[in-house]
Design a protein around this ligand. Sequence first.
Ligand code: BGC
Ligand code: BGC
Length: 821
Amino acid sequence: MPYVTSPAWVDPPLDLASNYGERPLNLAAWPKPKQKLVPDPVIEAQIAKQVAGMSLAEKVAQIIQADIAAISPEEAKALKIGAILNGGNSAPHGRFDASAQEWLDLVDSFFEGDDPNAIPILFGTDAVHGHSNVAGATIFPHNINLGAARDVGLAYAMGVATAKEIAVTGMDWTFSPTVAVAKDLRWGRTYEAFSCDPDLVCRLGAAMILGLQGEPGTSGFLGVDKVGCAAKHFLGDGATRDGRDQGETNCSESELISHHAAPYLAAIDAGATAIMASFSSWGGQGMHGRHDMLTKLLKQHWGFDGLVAGDWNGHGQLPGATPGFAPQALVAGLDMYMAPDSWRALLASTVELVTSDPSLVSRLDDAVLRMLRFKARLGLQKKGRPAARPLAGQFSLLSRSEHLELARRAVRQSAVLLKHEDQILPLAGNQHILVCGRGADALDLACGGWTLSWQGGGDFSGLFPGSQTLLEGVQAKVKSSGGRVSFNPAGQWSDKPGVALVVLGEEPYAEFRGDCDTLAYRPGDPSDYALIDRLAASGIPVVTVLYSGRPLWMNPALNRSKAFIAAFLPGTQAGALADLLIAAPSELVPDFQGRLPFPWPAHSDHFDLCAPSPSRAPLFPLGFGLCRTDQTAWQRLHEHSTARKHDPLTLFDRGVPQGEWTAELTDFSGSTTLKKTGLLGGAASPGRQVAIRPADYGQQENAWAIQWGGAGSLSFAGPPLNLSREVNADYALYLTAIAKNLKGLEVSLLPPDAPGLSEATCSIALSSVAQHEQSFVIPLKRFAELGIEMNHVHRLVVLGQEMSDLMLVKAYFAPMVAGRA
Ligand code: BGC
Ligand code: BGC
């Protein structure tokens, strides 16, 4: 489990004392874009004709985007579905290591055929740091690194390279760039944002869009080597309260204008063809349902004539809506429902709705027109069959040397030197260097989330030709300099090195799974600090490199290191950091140029650093970054971090209920509450129908052996959890458990007031559940389908009917894992 904690508890009541977002927008105060795409008369005539010839069902299908995991090419073609995507966890044959050829074949299989009157299907993907779902592609650093490099030319060039690599796989559209102005470092999407500085976000976002789509008005615009973009997530996603993903944007209208809207104006100026609505809300109303934002502001006041796309079932989160029925979003101005798995119900319900309410036809027609305009601008008709396009199948373009070199440049330009003592850098390449730390040889930590799978992480070996970890980069440099590298992740050495390079890192995460409630590095796990401490105490100078999706409170490491580098999420060319760190003979060592895209916290609870009036001073301000020659006198920093709150999504681990979770054994004659510690010989329900005793699973007493003599339950009760985001994002309940006898075992999730045993009707039989590496994996959707209210889950009940037993090692909620061959 990553050491990020995802606050999922039920939201406190909204504090609307400020009335943010409740009054009508004062549109006169919102500046307009300077320029925008001009409608092309040929296109306008063509799409008007197309719309006129479509049936109601065809129109509704046109504005729906389904996920490859939930629709077949045959279904998509038969129903004339408008768009397809691969979500972060969807890949050809369900394998995240699928080859580029398999991706191209998959995209091509959705091609509607050569009928000149057929409307082309649109294929979108999250190519958010390079073509990041595809093995073999160039994985660039994340946007946070671009914010540190502050180089519009670099952002542009990365857009150009990414568009080419996308075109190789026949796809048309990337859900990128994120132009959020991230304000609270607890937000799990901080690294997808360039910066908290609106001006920087404007410049980098526009440059990226120009790179992806080309220059509007030129012949290369949206040509064969270009793709559509989606500036996202409109509006205010980076300013949610407490940095909670998909939360309530907590700012005034004037701050929305000056901070959060500006990047969209820059995006429209740059020719953005699509904008994606945000899951977040303002004034308690989800953006997918805000007519004032989507229609009055974006379409009417700004004159945006492109596509307003929805986010992953975001329409289903509006009051009264479900993923399969959501007129509210259409009425508000959404032009494309992203309905990955809900498309079928949505199609049927929307057709029925518009049939019974003809007043919706004109809104539907507008949405269809915008979808068709987007497709026409992308030239889909002209581009034709995906596999036959000029760049399709040119697999040598993926990770071609120019792209890898560009990624290396981005890595070098974005590394921020935060501390430098005794002129320790660059390290002489002809000495003995000990390389250690969890990140040193870990490509997945260098890449972060949205890499091959939604959450990222895993063994990438062999999947990215030409990739280089920092260890490999150091080895290459030192080899040419006549020195020696020893590598030991735990920092053990047999003969004393001249210097130690320690590479630390956060575990990868994406979206709300990365939300946290402390900025402390790996809270509750001091092992990495102990490693640095031991090296420094032995008189070995330490140079520390950190991979992270956000600035983190790391004072203990800063104090003990001679040099400290924030490398953020460098991607598959992490080895380029060695160019900055090691001096090889007759090579010029480039200097550090990276500048902080966010302020760096002085305290682990220092979250509001980017707010207009922060309450405390940062340790390093926005824009800070040393050059090698800068002389800094280091003042020892305090080392107290604030206490860690427990991750409420882990119920049971290491032999004990976690955090606020408690356990209970229940049968016909009552309940026994289990002590958190000191189970000693075990415990039983009052009628002795169910009993547990501590058991060993690889380690001493880290599991419970549960035995049922008759009907009884083991249940975990905890803080009420709002699991709606988790249901939407395909989370599952994982029970790591060894079962000898499964007969009659069922699990259920209950709201606070439900009595334990009588809820057996709403339970899932464990025997019907998929098993994956000793875990029963029960998709949360299955509970939701039973009618269980997933926004108020309070109890997990494991119910045994007969002679059954189970060894329970761990119980937790986590995303479903994408596959590998
Ligand atoms: C994210 C978007 C992403 C989409 C498709 C959503 O959950 O918020 O940023 O583009 O999924 O994967
Ligand atoms: C993500 C998708 C991802 C899905 C997991 C969404 O929130 O944005 O891209 O595949 O959850 O099923």
